[in-house]
Design a binder for this molecule. Structure first.
Ligand code: SIN
Length: 490
């Protein structure tokens, strides 16, 4: 199905290297499809090692000049990029919804979320201050300067095709780094459109390069970047096994790493919670992007005393969710990204039911809509033996587990190798601080389900990775500290 954009130049279908677009060579294209109906949308290059090397050559050549460009000029460039992204918000939102499947309102909302990172890091660019250190001996002056790490390789996910690339590339450019990027194979078009706007904003040739590749050929591209000592940092959002692979393989060239990996977020509703607020929070956190976010609650623990009232209200709200394609503006839950995603959700629900869980609503595919749709689901009486309690479902399934006391639920919440996000609802201020301290998680939502913001440090602990995106910490990840010691001054 054809997608009409008010700025047709945003529909880019080539690699962008050293300021030039390179279309797919004959017979080597990756077909991008609409998950709502599996129809093709566009063809982009299925790149390999040669394109990956050319991108690093360009980024390496552009680095010295970009590093020396005054921070204020880099900031102005990012501000123009931000303005262009916002002035094409509707087009970009349509592109996101078409290739990723999220409802149009969410697609348009994601563009504003992406722009908020660009604007934030435009402002942070001019604040990469160093330190003047009081010298411990006479006749010396000591300084700590902050310098860009160099060429950054960004490998971005499909679930937020605009926001994740913005929150990696904007801090890199703000810090004075140059970038090579490989967007997710399912959603390259939004990334290419963003890169086109960055070039229009004045990002110089070679500073930002992007190559697309299929799932099968991605290792070829990434292996080149892992082996190349000129690439000084990898930033990756995706699965924990891939993150660990990147960490192992980048050891030989000791690259700096930011890894935003899998999650298994607990969502705890204590007996003293405001139940309506807790249901609102779960709806916002769990069903955003159809449950396909790394910070989605994956395990919902509800105190015995409020289990019935919480689950009744939740089921009513979930059953009202409207499922459909992004082309229907009333849709609140779109298709899942692909067939594998639906298979995983189905496996988790079937496994839970076979082990004694009940389906309170949903629990099935929606074939009348298409192959990639799954009904928003609430499961009751889920326990730790079920696959959905230990694996990230990444779909619209809320599994409810009862608990009786605080210590028991904290132990259960922490009983996972992951630690990206956690949420809890309580009105007891002493409990709030106790539980917030005890949760092993990089992010904690307290009486709040919408925790993401450009001003906040986003990232995990344990198997959810390391490094932070957003906030002032997000710039630090692209800088290193250089110590200058000047002597003979007395
Ligand atoms: C993610 O799912 O990786 C990002 C979600 C967010 O930024 O809120």
């Amino acid at each position: 199905m054809h997608l009409t954009l008010s700025k047709p130049g945003l529909m880019r279908t080539g690699n962008f290297i050293a300021g030039q677009w390179h279309e797919a060579a004959e017979g080597t294209a990756l077909v991008v499809t609409n998950p709502a109906n599996n129809e093709p949308i566009a063809r982009v290059p299925d790149s390999g090692a040669a394109a990956a090397r050319a991108a690093v050559d360009a980024a390496h050549a552009a680095f010295p000049a970009w590093k020396k460009t005054p921070a204020k000029v880099r900031a102005q460039c990012l501000k123009r990029w931000n303005d262009l992204v916002l002035s094409h918000q509707e087009d970009l939102g349509r592109l996101i919804s078409r290739e990723q499947g999220k409802p149009l309102a969410e697609g348009i909302g994601e563009v504003a979320y992406a722009a908020s990172y660009i604007e934030w890091f435009a402002e942070e660019a001019t604040r990469a201050n160093g330190d003047i250190i009081p010298a411990p001996v006479p006749g010396r002056r000591m300084f700590a300067l902050r310098e860009p790490v160099g060429v950054v390789a960004a490998v971005t996910p499909w679930n937020f095709p605009a926001a994740m690339i913005a929150r990696k590339i904007a801090p890199a450019l703000a810090a004075g780094c140059t970038v090579v990027c490989k967007p997710a194979e399912d959603t390259p078009l939004t990334s290419l459109a963003l890169v086109a706007l960055a070039a229009e904003a004045g990002v110089p040739p070679g500073v930002l390069n992007i190559v697309t590749a299929s799932r099968e050929r991605t290792p070829e591209v990434v292996d080149v970047w892992l082996a190349d000592a000129r690439v000084r940092k990898i930033t990756f959002t995706g699965s924990t096994p891939v993150g660990k692979h990147l960490a192992r393989r980048s050891a030989d060239t000791l690259k700096k790493l930011s890894l935003e990996l899998g999650g298994n977020a607990p969502f705890i509703v204590f007996e003293d919670a405001d139940i309506k607020a807790a249901v609102d929070g779960l709806m916002a956190a769990k069903f955003r992007n159809g449950g396909q976010t790394c910070v989605c609650p994956n395990r919902v623990f509800v105190h015995d005393a409020v289990y019935a009232s919480f689950s009744d209200l939740l089921v009513r709200r979930v059953a009202e969710l409207r499922v459909g394609p992004a082309s229907d503006e009333a849709s609140q839950i779109g298709p899942m990204i692909n067939a594998r995603a639906v298979e995983k959700i189905e496996r988790h629900v079937q496994d839970a039911v076979s082990r004694g869980a009940g389906v309170l609503t949903g629990g099935k595919r929606l074939p009348a809509l298409g192959d990639n749709y799954y009904a928003p689901t609430v499961l009751a009486d889920v326990d730790a033996t079920m696959a959905c309690a230990s694996e990230e479902t990444f779909g619209p399934v809320a599994p409810l587990t009862r608990f009786g006391d605080e210590a028991e639920v904290i132990a259960q919440a922490n009983d996972t190798p992951f630690g990206l996000a956690a949420y809890f609802y309580s009105r007891d201020v002493r409990r709030i601080w106790r539980v917030a301290d005890a949760l092993e998680s990089g992010i904690v939502g307290i009486n709040e389900g919408a925790i993401s913001a450009e001003a906040a440090p986003f990232g995990g602990v344990k198997d959810s990775g390391y490094g932070r995106e957003g906030s002032a910490h997000g710039l630090d990840d692209y800088l290193h500290t250089k110590y200058l010691c000047q002597g003979q001054l007395d």
